[in-house]
Design a protein around this ligand. Sequence first.
Ligand code: MEV
Length: 327
Amino acid sequence: MTRAPAFTARAPSKLILLGEHAVVYGHPAVAVPLGEPFAQATARLVGPGGPVGVELQDFGLAWLRGSEPSAEEARPFSRIVEICVASGMAPDNGWTLTVRSAVPIGCGLGSGAAVAAASFKAVYGLFGARRCDRELCSSVYEVEKLLHGTPSGVDNTVIAYGRPVLFRKGEAPTFLSGPGAPLFLAVADTGLRHKTAEVVAEVARLRSQAAALLDEAFRGIGALAREGAAAFEKGDLSALGRLMNEDHRLLRGIGVSAPDLERLVAAARKAGALGAKLCGAGRGGCMAALADSPEASLRLAEALLAAGAKHAFASQVSSPAFQKVRP
Ligand code: MEV
């Protein structure tokens, strides 16, 4: 039996090292792709005339083009399929998309952008569509708008290009060289879920009541991101850690931390982290801690689990130069 032609693609998750929330208001942010956890999608031909369908393996859900998505989780995929068909990249019949993702949802790791990027890449691959990263980035942004209302664009950018970036809304992304030294990170999940759009809307409400205060915090966060981009490229880990701590302090000040995040950030610092902060929209989700060695990042992950994290893992961000010298 011959198998139908298929194409499988992956997309990374992401971590904002510095700059969440302020980035929505035009300030810069530093974000890095994470190879793990990742999202994966397979586009498959099923014969001409058959309906276009999407299977979401993590949810045991399926959706057929032409029907109203009955579950919230399927809505982004109806948008992805329409973008693929409307742009002429894929026909309006005879193919399916199967998606699975290890990126936890509502956690600050860019799950929505990761599944969208993997899906588009799988469709490009199946139909031989030649699309550059910039086009992938803008297609993923369309899906992000559906998910998050008014996203800054940082998630789709770092995930579509798969490169560390100094991102500023409305400007071409500045890709960072390096990192100048491998970043060993521990990432921990509070287990609390948030909706990015709701947290962003709450921050906007607060800003409408206390503009001067919020804008001062955003300017401070933006300055940390600019400084952090230079520290990242130089490999100045202690500077980067200090900036992450300061960033967390400012984020706490605008009300997006949570008791569980505070507990994990404190535990990471006590266990020797160079810096620790919440990641993404906050109010729950993940935090990240910077370590100076792979062993230290594993120790931090253990300390975070002991402090009540639902999940914790060690991760590494390396430049291609470091990857070459590793066996
Ligand atoms: C979400 O990953 C980061 C936020 O800054 C929102 C955004 O940039 O759109 C909270």
